[in-house]
Design a binder for this molecule. Structure first.
Ligand code: PEP
Length: 257
């Protein structure tokens, strides 16, 4: 059975406890829109407080370390975020790749660590403007994704629940620019083909593929109505309940339409 549209807020390095009221408002609104699965990934410091208050939405982390514990000052493991109440973790976000030099190989280690800790994964991929202009976006994204996916081994039963892919063209993140519907459709179809070839129709055909990059209430209907778009990963517009739930509403409408 197809999964519900998935709308995930990435709060990035925004939010102190004063933002808990916004999380509460998102949670309350999500209870009225059950056709859509709504989740937020606040900074580490708010995972537990949001988890304690949320009745409907899942809370997740924006990253985790690839090891379970040890001498890694300032780092946080998958087990720790799960212990704080996280149900999922975003991995391979372009801001991690760029600002922290994260390679595909490291992200693969992180996705494996997340699986071992029982977390669901939102694995990000996306090309730079230069790569797109050179006509190499599709090959680049497929290679990046393939190299960062976890090893599911023989445990293939629940891949479509454990894994979500987020296609986020780097040049569209936080810039107000969005990819064209045709480009989104092409990339999502290519990612779907890859997932089916790796995991078969039953699981690979059901993994949700989110789009991310300047999604807002005004453009959400068009983006979420695009074939193979199973939801959105939302940065800036997830910081207020009004704009974030505007996107969730559009997701519910796209599902019906
Ligand atoms: C993101 O950071 O994942 C993102 C998509 O950000 P924005 O919506 O602000 O472009």
């Amino acid at each position: 059975m197809p999964q519900r549209p998935y709308i995930v807020g990435n709060w990035k390095m925004h939010g102190t406890r004063a933002m808990l009221s916004e999380a509460r408002a998102i949670d309350r609104a999500a209870q009225r829109h059950m056709k859509v699965e709504v989740a937020i990934a606040p900074p580490y410091t708010l995972i537990h407080p949001v988890h304690r208050e949320a009745e409907q939405i899942a809370v997740g982390a924006q990253d985790c370390h690839h090891e379970e514990g040890g001498a890694h000052t300032g780092d946080i493991s998958a087990t720790m975020v799960a212990d704080a109440g996280a149900k999922f973790v975003i991995l391979g976000h372009s801001e991690r790749r760029q600002n922290h030099g994260e390679s595909d190989a490291l992200i693969k280690q992180k996705t494996n660590a997340a699986l071992a800790a029982g977390l669901r994964i939102i694995l990000c991929c996306g090309e730079s403007e230069k790569t797109r202009e050179a006509g190499k976006a599709v090959n680049f994204v497929k290679k990046q994704l393939k190299a960062s996916l976890p090893d599911f081994g023989d445990d293939t039963d629940l891949i479509s629940e454990k894994l979500t892919v987020a296609y986020e063209p780097i040049w569209a993140i936080g810039t107000g620019k969005t990819a064209t519907v045709d480009d989104i459709a092409e990339m999502h179809a290519e990612i779907r083909t890859l997932l089916v070839s790796l995991y078969g129709e039953e699981q690979g055909g059901e993994v949700r593929i989110l789009y991310g990059g300047s999604v807002k209430p005004e453009n959400a209907s068009e983006i979420l109505g695009t074939p193979e778009v199973g939801g959105a990963l939302v940065g800036g517009a997830s910081l207020t309940a009004d704009s974030f739930m505007g996107i969730a509403l559009a997701a519910g409408d796209a599902e019906e339409g």
